[in-house]
Design a protein around this ligand. Structure first.
Ligand code: RP5
Length: 155
């Protein structure tokens, strides 16, 4: 069985990709391997199911899902896998990302999406939250986080 990356990043559209720059840079800094795929929840539901099931079986520990507009992607991933799902709402459209934010954070009880903010701060926080979860059982990631926070403290 192919080994999956520790973090799988899924995007609803190729047009979302630029918003993930801070996320992927920070994951690299924290020494966390990741893979990024564009799979739309509403246009490619079968492909999404297949990918998430394979990632689950292959050992992916958490998902970061970025989408705009009504942003079904992270909730659907959460319906397939019981690994944590971090949702990154993408700004844009008539409501500037508020729609995506509410759609992620307001998941009905039972299938949570750990939602970060819209925009570049959310993009950073998605990686930091992922690292904090992985650091519970990974001392190398915990050390990277300690150094990162020390840098924040020192400006
Ligand atoms: C969402 O709709 C995507 O995540 C993207 O943010 C937005 C628009 O995507 P396109 O229809 O332009 O590909 O699914």
């Amino acid at each position: 069985m192919a080994k999956s990356p520790r973090v799988a990043i899924l995007l609803g559209s190729k047009s979302d990709e630029g918003h993930l720059k801070a996320t992927t840079e920070l994951l690299d800094r924290f020494g966390i391997d990741w893979e990024l795929k564009v799979i739309s929840a509403h246009r490619q539901p079968e492909a999404l199911h297949e990918y998430v099931r394979a990632a689950d079986r292959g050992g992916t520990q958490l998902f970061i899902a970025a989408a705009g507009l009504s942003a079904a992607l992270p909730g659907v991933i959460g319906s397939i896998s019981s690994r944590p799902v971090i949702g990154l709402p993408i700004p844009g459209g008539a409501l500037s990302g508020i729609d995506a934010l509410l759609s992620m954070v307001q998941m009905p009880g039972g299938i949570p999406v750990a939602t970060v903010g819209v925009g570049s701060n959310g993009s950073r926080n998605a990686a930091i939250l992922a690292a904090q979860i992985l650091a519970l059982f990974d001392t190398a990631v915990a050390e990277h986080l300690r150094v990162y926070r020390e840098e924040l403290r020192n400006g």
